[in-house]
Design a protein around this ligand. Structure first.
Ligand code: FES
Ligand code: FES
Length: 161
């Protein structure tokens, strides 16, 4: 067994230093060591996207990274989306458009969409479809998810998030 090592990063603006085995994934570390269980685990091998977080602004699959690879990174998870009681436009739109059914995939879709819309606020529908196709929703509510992200795109451009 390899000795645990310290890793430091921020999650939703808060500094964390964790002591983890080198083989521990970032997803498990966020859930178990940072106590933030909003990031879900589905396939645990990079296929479903349920574990998507933002790492220095880019959507990544946290089950495919070791915690040690996040040294010094700025991480954002679904818990950081709302501002107190005020939902982020993406969360509001997912509710209004019934874009979640069981909800298991939802944190991953929210963080994927956030990364895409922040990087490319004017992304067109084809681009959104392609981006969202990388995550899996086993309840198959893709059209409502697409509609919600389109609403959020408009709201974010209007300064709502
Ligand atoms: S749990 Fe990470 S991609 Fe499925
Ligand atoms: S809402 Fe159930 S997996 Fe997407």
């Amino acid at each position: 067994m390899t000795a645990p090592r310290e890793v430091s990063f921020t999650v939703n603006g808060e500094a964390h230093t964790v002591r983890v085995e080198p083989r521990k994934t970032l997803a498990d570390t966020i859930r178990e060591d940072c106590g933030l269980t909003g990031t879900h685990l589905g396939c645990e091998h990079g296929v479903c996207g349920a574990c998507t977080i933002l790492l220095d602004g880019a959507p990544v699959r946290s089950c495919l990274m070791f915690a040690g690879q996040a040294e010094g990174a700025e991480i954002r998870t679904v818990e950081g989306l709302a501002d107190g009681d005020k939902l982020h436009p993406l969360q509001r739109a997912f509710i209004d458009r019934h874009a979640l059914q069981c909800g298991f995939c939802t944190p991953g879709f929210l963080m994927l969409a956030l990364g895409v819309l922040e990087r490319e606020p004017d992304i067109d529908e084809a681009g959104l479809r392609e981006a969202l196709a990388s995550n899996l929703c086993r309840c198959t509510g893709y059209l409502n998810i697409l509609d919600a992200v389109k609403d959020a795109r408009a709201a974010m451009k209007a300064g709502g998030g």
